[in-house]
Structures are given as structure tokens and as C-alpha cells.
Design a protein around this ligand. Structure first.
Ligand code: CIR
Length: 262
């Protein structure tokens, strides 16, 4: 195991939202089989248990049938050690998800900022590395949104770095920072000079979905069914916890999207 003192972040809590029945109508980039609602609930429960096993208090918000994608709470806010920043989702059907998480975040943060139109940003496009936040310019996150985010971060002594991208839904669809300078990385980003200084753990194209893994207090949650990526993470010295996310994957969701960790 790695020495936990080498890590800069430690999470105490996570916010999650129970999937709603309309998860079957969640946005998806491909025509795939629809998620099975009951199976999604079971998988969500396992995810909660894994976060608890990693020492987190998990705040479980109720399902909200108005928003099919509302279980993907990660996209609604960026939670930093200095402030919380509400995003402004680029997907129209997801805009209302900010209002339904506002109070919960206000319970934990006194300092709250927000991205305003015409800026759009979804926090699945934001990867934290200490006080620096890499921001993917995706179909959901525009330059105006990224610039607003960077100004806010700078105001609180942090910084943001924009990253061009074309192939993925969100930046963290194809990248995960798992602390101790380890970056899980997929093909699209291999030649990105801004990532050269990391110890890169290259995730193969066959297992690209598993590039969205989540470091939680020196353990790493990894989607079930990607043995090479799991072994790669373990070779970096981490204990892994495999979680079945098959139903979320059908609507482009991964492990990180399912929680806000802080
Ligand atoms: C969407 O397209 O917005 C959802 N179906 C999936 C969101 C996944 N979120 C994430 O990667 N952070």
C-alpha cells in the first residue's frame, strides 16, 4: 500500500442521488439497450457501500423523476476545499439539476459561486490535481464556462487549465487522476503536453471505459469487468474495489459521475 501521507486530498463525505425510474430516458450518445431500473438501484447501493467502506459519510438524496440523468450528481457542482461552484450543464434536459442539489450543498459550504450563461460547464469535464483543475472543452463545456470557472478558481488561490478534446463525452470519461502523480489516460490524451509530467497509466482502447476510475482515500473504485485496468491500478500500489456499473454505462455514465466527493 502507498503511504497515505503522500496524498494531498482526503474525502470525508459524498453526495449521491438515487436513480429515478426515468433513468431509462437518460441521455445517450449511442443507441444502446436501455438501463434496467431495478438493476441500476442495486448497483447504486453497492456503490454507496463502497464509498462507506472507504470511510465516507454518504448523503443520499431522493430520486427525482423530473430529471432522468439526475443520479449523475457529479456534473452539477465542483466542490473544492475553498468553495463550491455550481455548474451550468450544457445539456438542456439537465439544467434543472442544479436547483435540486442547491440546498444540500449549502448545508456544507458557506462560500458558493456559480457559472452563468452563456457559459456552460459540467463537472465531469473537470479533473482535480491538488489546487489545479483541468477543464475539458467538450460538447457540454464551452470556453466561456471554462473561463468563468478559471476566474473563480484563481480568486480562491487555485487554478484551471483548459484541455481540448473531441472524442469523449466528458474529460473524465477518458482520464482519472488517482493521486501520487498517477494519471490514468486513454489514447486521445497521450500526446497532450499538459499531461507529460504525470506517471501515466495507459488504459487500452478495449478497456477505455475503466479510465473513469475513482480514487477515494487511497483506494480506487474501478468498474467491474476490466481486469487489465484493475491490475494496472494495483501495480501502482492501490487496493481496488470493483463495482458493476453496467446499467449506468448504457447512458454514458461512469463511476465518478455518481457522486460528489468532498
Ligand atoms: C449525460 O449524457 O449527461 C448522462 N447520460 C451521463 C452523464 C455522465 N456524467 C459524467 O461523466 N460525469
Amino acid at each position: 500500500m502507498l503511504n497515505s501521507s503522500a496524498s494531498t486530498i482526503e474525502f470525508n463525505r459524498a453526495i449521491v442521488r438515487t436513480p429515478c425510474k426515468r433513468i431509462v430516458e437518460g441521455l445517450t450518445s449511442a443507441t444502446m439497450e436501455k438501463p434496467d431500473y431495478n438493476k441500476a438501484l442495486e448497483q447504486h447501493n453497492e456503490y454507496i457501500k463502497a464509498l462507506q467502506y472507504c470511510g465516507l459519510e454518504v448523503i443520499i438524496l431522493p430520486a427525482d423523476e423530473r430529471y432522468p440523468d439526475s443520479t449523475f450528481v457529479e456534473d452539477t457542482a465542483l466542490l473544492t476545499p475553498h468553495c463550491a461552484i455550481f455548474t451550468n450543464p450544457g445539456a438542456e434536459s439537465r439544467e434543472g439539476e442544479i436547483a435540486i442539489i442547491r440546498e444540500t450543498i449549502a448545508d456544507f459550504y458557506n462560500t458558493i459561486e456559480a457559472i452563468k450563461p452563456p457559459g456552460t460547464i459540467e463537472a465531469g469535464d473537470i479533473m482535480r490535481v491538488g489546487n489545479n483543475f483541468y477543464i475539458g472543452l467538450s460538447e457540454r463545456t464551452n470556453e466561456e464556462g471554462a473561463n468563468q470557472m478559471i476566474s473563480i478558481l484563481r480568486h480562491y488561490g487555485m487554478d484551471g487549465i483548459p484541455i481540448n478534446m473531441n472524442e469523449m463525452l466528458h474529460l473524465k470519461t477518458g482520464l482519472s487522476y488517482i493521486e501520487n502523480n498517477y494519471l490514468m489516460i486513454t489514447k486521445e490524451f497521450l500526446n497532450e503536453p499538459k499531461f507529460k509530467h504525470f506517471k501515466q497509466l495507459e488504459v487500452s482502447s478495449e478497456e477505455a471505459y475503466a479510465a473513469n476510475s475513482v480514487w477515494v482515500n487511497n483506494r480506487v473504485l474501478v468498474p467491474q469487468g476490466f481486469p487489465n485496468t484493475k491490475a494496472l491500478i494495483e501495480s501502482a500500489g492501490y487496493e481496488t474495489i470493483a463495482i458493476d456499473t453496467s446499467e449506468f454505462r448504457k447512458i454514458d455514465g461512469g463511476l465518478s459521475c455518481l457522486s460528489l466527493r468532498f
